[in-house]
Write a protein that binds this ligand. Sequence first.
Ligand SMILES: [Mg+2]
Length: 397
Amino acid sequence: MYDRAILHLDLDSFFVSVECLKNSSLLGKPLLIGGTSNRGVVASCSYEARRFGVHSAMPMKMALRLCPQAIVLRGDMDSYSKYSGIVTDIIAEEAPVYEKASIDEFYLDLTGMDKHFGCFKWSSELRQKIIRESGLPISFGLSVNKMVSKVGTGEAKPNGTKAIPSGTEKLFLAPLPVGKIPGVGDQTHKKLNFMGVRTIETLSQIPVKLLEREFGKPGRTLWERANAIDPTPIVPYHEQKSMSKERTFTEDTLDVTMMKHMLLDMADKLSFELRASGKLTSTVTVKIRYADLNTYTKQKNISYTANDRILGQHVLELFDKLYERRQLIRLIGVKYSGLVQGSYQINLFDDTIEHIHLMQQMDRIRRRFGADAIMRASGLTKANVLREPPHLPVDGG
Ligand SMILES: [Mg+2]
């Protein structure tokens, strides 16, 4: 078996770096970006703020208690999206196959690259090019798989590089705390600490059966990661520009209450899809088709979000503006477009802690039991709804 060469690139405190690029007087200052309301969340923070114990996803209130002198900015997804695009274009130009894992994170498969040139040299030159052309600091990790490279990037930050030569992966991971393994969240972390497991080395020595008993199926993944095993491939990046849902009624209807419930349900499911794929939307469209087959749409530009509550409100507003003919309706639909990559949890500048937790809980249930597991409480009967129309293949004819 021959070794793979996987490069992981990650922009350093991306939102903060973009803000500093736009306004250099912010450089070197403790900076918090996120929800500015009383119950908002920190989406990104500068290294100067981290020194006070602040981290992303922390309640803004707590961050300001730790670091009262911090400058707080609301954040601007449009510029973050723009700079993410600039970096993506540079990478796309140099490496035809790459995975965009989030708004500021990329994986490249360099396996088979000319040995004389060398993966590390190539990666370093790519990194320099990104820094030169975008003005943003970026770090990378290079190893035989995605997971080890990602951990490597974490160790390389800020603004550095880390190569883990083939065969030394376990050695590299061994002394690190278990919390550095991607995917180890608060719960798992607590449980491992409770079990007395603090370093990745200790974790790697626990029998996989025992981990499966304690953690269920993810126990095996945990064991594999601790043992530097990660066969997952690079998933080539294709920009998804929009997502939509439509419903055609078996009998044309005037029942506005039922239609509104249905629109809200579509808005919820699409919001879940956004979050599940790490995306945010900036444009909401509602569509109605009357019994006479005349079709109308209305759309609205909004600030980037994946929040079901906010999106649901926009959908209902658009429907109210759109539905004025008081005629029988045959079809209704919702579309989210202007999508950008953006990890949902850290990008919702308008969210409160409580609602984020609620959405996370619902998302967990949906992931386990399917998207239909949760529906808004409503008296609607599903009998009057056809299945979604099948996607017809494009006729290239
Ligand atoms: Mg980053």
